[in-house]
Design a protein around this ligand. Structure first.
Ligand SMILES: Nc1ncnc2c1ncn2[C@@H]1O[C@H](COP(=O)(O)OP(=O)(O)OP(=O)(O)O)[C@@H](O)[C@H]1O
Ligand SMILES: [Mg+2]
Length: 258
């Protein structure tokens, strides 16, 4: 028996119509994400990573194959899947607490307040409840976006380059914060990133997607205890393995281009 909260992507194919031409963006994607698992996805720009996340969150149903949560086909967005985009996308006219509560599914106001406060505390924004987004730093705004995505207690959190706009030090700090939140919430995370070290630091496995069309080229498990030591030999070995795949991919890509 499969555990509750298991996501399965089966033989997924996605095409886009561009100027009367059909382009195949994702081809034969097969993927299982277990409850509580942290999956990292890497791949060069334009290989279909955001498209894959958008389909999993339920934005767009024109695809071939199956995307199943607990055996049921995903059709449309739902509170059991939250998403965080590269930019925080907070509503500028709402405070932090109003942004976090914006999509909260109908609850009594006393419960609403409690849930919103819990999630603001969870991402370390206690004291900033009444603050408007323009007064937040990039990292704080992204934390508010994470709280908003978690407020309905989804089974799966989808993260599309959530830390991409941050400076290196804040980014490392936020990676640790993300790991803490993931552990506390016990939900599955699927994170797209361009940062290979970030993918290995956080992922239970790293999925490498190749380009044109996007296919799963390799899945590399990360069997390292947490928190991970970025300087350890085992970490560096996995990093080399992932990088090797990218180099092979680049060679192939440029030989097509010539
Ligand atoms: N709505 C759309 N209509 C037509 N083509 C699209 C649409 N959305 C995405 N594409 C195309 O699909 C391909 C994959 O796009 P996607 O945004 O998924 O890539 P990505 O891997 O997330 O790239 P990046 O790393 O730059 O964010 C690109 O070639 C893009 O132009
Ligand atoms: Mg993208």
């Amino acid at each position: 028996m499969e555990k509750l909260g298991t996501l399965r992507v089966e033989n997924l194919n996605k095409k886009f119509q561009v100027e009367n031409k059909e382009i195949s963006v994702l081809e034969n994607i097969n993927l299982t994400v277990s409850p509580g698992e942290f999956v990292s996805i890497v791949g060069t720009s334009g290989c279909g990573k955001s498209t894959l996340l958008r389909l999993i969150v339920g934005l767009g149903d024109e695809y071939q194959g199956n995307i199943l949560l607990d055996g049921k086909r995903i059709n449309g967005p739902s509170v059991n899947r939250g998403i965080v985009f590269q930019d925080p996308r907070l509503l500028p006219w709402l405070t932090v607490e109003e942004n976090v509560g914006f999509g909260l599914d109908g609850k009594k106001s006393i419960d609403r307040r409690k849930i919103i406060q819990e999630h603001i505390n969870l991402v370390g924004l206690k004291g900033f409840e009444k603050v408007y987004p323009y007064k937040l730093s990039g990292g704080m705004a992204q934390r508010a976006a994470i709280a908003r995505a978690l407020v309905n207690r989804p089974e799966i959190l989808l993260l599309d380059e959530p830390l991409g706009a941050l400076d290196a030090l804040t980014r490392m700090y936020m990676q640790e914060e993300l790991e803490k939140i993931w552990k506390r919430e016990g939900i599955a995370n699927i994170m797209v990133t361009h940062d290979i070290e970030e993918a290995i630091y956080l992922g239970d496995k790293v999925i490498i997607i190749s380009c044109r069309p996007g296919k799963i080229k390799r899945t590399i498990p990360v069997p390292l205890s947490r928190p991970r030591d970025r300087d350890s030999l085992d970490f560096i070995r996995i990093k080399e393995e992932v990088l090797k795949e990218f180099h092979l991919q680049a060679e192939q890509y440029f030989s097509y281009a010539i």
